[in-house]
Design a binder for this molecule. Structure first.
Ligand SMILES: *Cc1c(COP(=O)(O)O)cnc(C)c1O
Length: 427
């Protein structure tokens, strides 16, 4: 059986497959560059594991208090080494990205301090952490004030605005690398470094924290290479490599990471406790695979941008732009387009491929939302996944794919569903 035939048996028509092949062929140079970044990052992670003398004894778990957990301590040393940072906290007790960010903020801010966001409005879930939307236990309730400087219309940092907003209470600066669910450019690590250098030139004592979600291993450098004091993310996104079943990480300067440990567990206990319960092998192995898994997801995003751009849909980033995270937005302009796309992604999944996603009123959203996720790990968005609020401009945000081959199949299936619904036509 040849490739077209097996695609056809899996539900992809010959025309859709041929169109995909043509796009893929045009992307050869782009994909080669992505592979080279993966190669670089693979060596970075491998080097860190060798330097820290990772051994199979580190995969044994602890229970109870988790004292003297060698696997945990060594994994944290590996993360610190790979991020070129002084220290790291990498824990299954960090439940998700939002939690990691909440810990980093609450651990390093005290009553009377001010948090300054310099890349505009932070990710939705942080609004309640900070207290932008009133919420029980927010930083605002603890007397931490908040200010925000938006990016300029061309998505550059507003340096004059930042200088004007900084005052004697400014303790911490928040920078978000990925656009999240906004329609702005994703910030490159180099851009972030320039902003950090500017903040430090105004006040060297301000702690610069970067929300690194979806950005890990997309470039050869990370925010900690350009002066970030803290860099934070989720293990069910890029750095978990699809294998970590839960968890989050915080890397950065020793004193600030130490504060995070006291906040995460308890004053007095800090990083000395926290059982790992047999999860360490998946954390190590996931981190080892993360550079190539991220490359697969990145190829999927670039492929989708080019495939849909050619059909006349708005895509962000566009087909040629350089990439700093793995998220791709595609605007369909109709609710039917969003729904058909998500149904295609779901139908292509290894898990729950037989269910049809439906738009749904989700807590925290002001419109119905449709989500496609057929993941091994609940909510994992390094696995191929998509979601779209069913409201104008009717855009979907999609990301992930543990392998390029699966990302490609999912994208072709989304196009197949759009064509079957009469919502897209091949050029
Ligand atoms: C996903 C994400 C978060 C929150 O992570 P969760 O694991 O969903 O809590 C925060 N910031 C950005 C930019 C993200 O993409």
């Amino acid at each position: 059986m040849n490739l077209e035939t097996i695609y056809e048996r899996m539900g992809i028509s010959r025309e859709v497959h041929a169109y995909g092949q043509k796009i893929e062929k045009e992307l050869r140079a782009r994909f080669a560059a992505i592979d080279e970044t993966a190669e670089y990052n693979q060596l970075k992670v491998l080097g860190a594991m060798q330097k820290c003398r990772v051994s199979d004894v580190h995969f044994a778990g602890t229970s109870g208090y988790g004292y003297n957990d060698l696997g945990r301590e060594t994994l944290e040393a590996v993360y610190a080494e790979a991020f070129h940072a002084q220290s790291a906290l990498v824990r299954p007790q960090i439940t998700c990205g939002t939690h990691a960010l909440a810990v980093a903020l609450a651990a390093n801010l005290r009553p009377g301090d001010e948090l300054l966001a310099i890349s505009g409005r932070p990710y939705d879930t942080l609004e309640e952490v900070i207290g932008i939307r009133p919420s029980s236990g927010s930083l605002q309730e603890y007397g931490v004030t908040y200010r925000q400087v938006d990016l300029l219309p061309d998505d550059r940092f507003d340096l004059d605005g930042i200088r004007a907003a900084m005052n004697e209470h400014t303790k911490m600066v928040h920078i978000q690398r990925s656009k999240g669910y906004q329609t702005r450019r994703t910030l490159s690590v180099t851009d972030i470094g320039e902003a950090i250098a500017f903040v430090k030139s105004v006040n060297p004592g301000v702690i610069c924290m970067v929300d690194n979600c979806y950005g890990e291993f997309v470039e050869r450098i990370e925010p900690t290479d350009v002066g970030a004091d803290l860099c934070v993310g989720s293990l069910i996104k890029n750095p978990g490599g699809g294998l970590a079943p839960t968890g989050g990480y915080i890397v950065g300067r020793e004193a600030y990471v130490e504060n995070c440990a006291y906040r995460l567990t308890s004053p007095g206990l800090g990083r000395e406790v926290g059982a790992t319960m047999g999860l360490m092998q998946s954390f190590y192995q996931g981190f080892f695979l993360a550079p190539t898994v991220t490359a697969g997801a990145l190829k999927g995003a670039v492929f989708a941008a080019n495939l849909y751009e050619r059909l006349g849909f708005d895509v962000l980033p566009d087909g040629r732009e350089s990439r700093h995270d793995i998220i791709q937005a595609i605007t369909f302009g109709t609710p039917e387009g969003v729904i058909a796309f998500c149904r295609g992604i779901q139908a292509a999944a290894p898990v729950d491929s037989f269910v049809e996603p439906e738009p749904w009123a989700m807590p925290g959203y002001d419109s119905d939302v449709i989500m496609a996720a057929g993941a091994f790990v609940q909510g994992s968005s390094i696995e191929l996944s998509a979601d779209g609020p069913v409201k104008p401009p009717y855009a979907v945000y999609f990301q992930g794919g543990l392998t390029w081959e699966h990302a490609k199949f999912g994208i072709l299936m989304s196009l197949q569903k759009l064509m079957e619904a009469g919502l897209a036509k091949l050029p």
